[in-house]
Write a protein that binds this ligand. Sequence first.
Ligand code: CUA
Length: 316
Amino acid sequence: MQAMIWLQGTAWLPEAASSVASEVDALFHFWAWVSVVLFLGVIGATLFFVVRYRRRSIEEVPQPVKEKKLIELAWIVLPTILVLIVFTWGFRVYIKMYTAPPNAYEVLVHAYQWYWEFEYPNGVKTTNELHVPANRPVRLRMSSADVIHSLYVPAFRVKQDVLPDRYSTLWFEATQPGQYTIFCTEYCGTQHSGMVAKVVVHPEQEFEQWLQEAGVPEDMPLPELGARLYREKACFSCHSLDGSRGVGPTFKGLYGHEVELEDGSRVVADENYLRESILQPGAKIVRGYPNVMPASYASLSEREVAALIEFIKQQQ
Ligand code: CUA
């Protein structure tokens, strides 16, 4: 019963689904309840003294305060002990949280404005979905392609900044198969709040199977590959398929129609326009939209560009 309540989370804390979560929670609960006791003690004593020792007449002159060694010693020694308990306890949990076991399974994390990409040892990449095995330590080696992001999995109680030009690492061991939310917790621009991903925790054998199937087959039809790239390259974070306005123009009804550019000129969105806009995003800017598309899509292969164009053509 207790375990179920933890798993589902409470008004206090989200579900606890990693090996360190219960330790972090225990420390949190200890400190929270100590604070409650101290708060009530201080406020209670204050109220009691206000009433008990109130000035009862104009002539009343208070007694000089007498020194009480025992009381003075108590308020020095007791808080010191309390602080040292929490320090020692917190430091042990901290060391555990930041020292990955040497046998941990390693996943590379690339952060972009505004999506997460995960790369597995066999070359498989996923976007906004981190797949991991349950009951096995996983170490994330993370870097950013642009600005500072921060990876946070509340259910695992782990959080770490992700920086450009250097690696930062994070490890956890998920204890419950299921899906958990990843947030970006460092303000990183317009779509920061939309930089949400999920962790999919597989039972251990299922994870190997998932990893095998996640490779892209050579003969995947172009529109299908395009749909996959739209997800994996996170085109969706800026370009909608339903006509709604995002950071960039929607793909719905784009192909074959005229678009108005920044300088007022008009072009037809044909295959060459789409190709250029993917590979050199700054070449033609649609009126009313910022020039913020990253140049990183220039690394797409010819086949991938063709696949995306086929996919965009289908969005009528
Ligand atoms: Cu990435 Cu906020």
